[in-house]
Design a protein around this ligand. Structure first.
Ligand code: KG4
Ligand code: ZN
Length: 351
């Protein structure tokens, strides 16, 4: 049993408030996207993000509390990593709410939220409790890494990208094709119509002993291939056949990079389940390949419902329930934004 938990997420450009019940089932998950406010600037403007969170949070929290069957018993909020101003708005809001209602509060890591999302459903079912070691990929716009998640313990990072994140790679290639940010979903769509064998793409291999991977060479090669074929800006209306093939070839190389360390890690750590989360976990090919690999290895694959792959407060509330179960609580008067990963192994740089 968990406490009924109100979650608050404001790390980037989505304001979200959610409520999970005592079994970790998602009762309400509300989201207000700022995409339209940032669009004229071609990316997320931090100062604007903070102001938009400030506007959206009271309204979202009011709707969640009014719609709740019973009041929450715990408040969970994202403390980082993310945009510091945006995080501070969420932290202050959650702290004031916890203080005024005399509820305990836990500040959770945004990555811990993504890692918790594959255990959630959107049809009122309780959260899954895997009860063993889980091998977890987080692939989003800012992070790409493999983790080991064990019941009742904080996650441990096994390997990560040496340069760009997977989502960032999708977004940068999309931009050259004239597709607006975030370009990942549009590339997913284009790739379904192309032949992935047409355009050769590099597959840099790091040493076998590491679970790290790299996207910068692949990104440069894809951009070069777009320019050589005169396809800059050709991803909009009346897309030529060559774009479909190029995007399909690029996408399969990204997925190969992400899944490169998987089989070795699975042999080494013998997980009872494999999970993937973060915006890129919505990608059709990545989901298919994970399912196929899981079946071949005889390991269950758990993926979040598509709407819980991108940033949301339901995953933060569940990460809060798990952290609270480990005995974590925070003082609402002493909360601060954490710009980098909390449980990052010493000596590793931020990804
Ligand atoms: O998790 P998320 O919402 O935000 C971060 O915490 O970064 O992930 C957003 C990222 C963007 O880079 C977006 O292009 C990518 O996820 N993305 C996808 C797909 N859907 C979203 N990338 C590939 N295929 C998709 N279907
Ligand atoms: Zn995220």
């Amino acid at each position: 049993m968990f406490p009924r938990t109100l979650g608050v997420e404001t790390s980037c450009d989505e304001s979200s408030v959610a409520l999970l019940d005592r079994e970790g089932a998602v009762e309400i998950n509300l989201l207000s996207s700022q995409a339209r406010s940032h669009a004229p600037f071609g990316g997320v403007v931090p100062e604007l993000a903070s102001r938009e969170h400030l506007k959206a949070l009271p309204m979202l929290a009011r709707s969640v509390l009014d719609g709740a069957e019973e009041p929450p018993e715990l408040v969970a909020v994202t403390a980082g990593p993310g945009l510091v101003g945006a995080l501070l708005v969420g932290l202050r809001f959650a702290a004031a709410l916890a203080w005024a209602t005399e509820l305990p509060l836990v500040a959770v890591d945004h990555l811990e939220g993504h890692l918790a999302s594959p255990f959630l459903s959107r049809d009122g079912r309780p959260a899954r409790r895997p009860g063993g070691t889980v091998l977890s990929l987080v692939a989003s716009g800012g992070h790409s890494a493999w983790y080991l998640v064990r019941d009742g313990r904080p996650p441990f990072r096994l390997g990560r990208t040496r340069d760009d994140a997977a989502g960032e790679t999708f977004d940068k290639v999309a931009r050259v094709l004239g597709i607006p940010y975030p370009g990942g979903p549009a590339l997913d769509h284009l790739a379904r119509l192309g032949d992935p064998r047409v355009v050769p793409m590099p597959r840099p291999r790091l040493k076998d002993s590491t679970a790290d991977f790299s996207f910068s060479g692949l990104k440069s090669a894809a951009i070069r291939a777009i320019r050589e074929r005169g396809l800059e800006g050709a991803g909009g209306d009346e897309v030529p056949r060559a774009v479909y093939d190029l995007v399909a070839s690029f996408e399969v190389a990204v997925v190969d990079q992400l899944l490169g360390p998987l089989e070795r890690l699975a042999r080494e750590h013998r997980p009872i389940a494999i999970t993937a989360s973060g915006g890129v976990a919505a990608n059709t090919l990545l989901r298919e390949r994970l399912e196929v690999t899981g079946r071949r290895l005889g390991i269950e694959v758990l993926l979040p419902p598509k709407e819980l792959t991108t940033d949301n407060a339901a995953m933060i509330a569940h990460a809060g329930q798990l952290a609270f179960g480990r005995g974590e609580v925070d003082d609402p008067r002493r909360l601060d934004a954490r710009p980098s990963e909390k449980w990052q192994p010493p000596g590793m740089r931020k990804v």
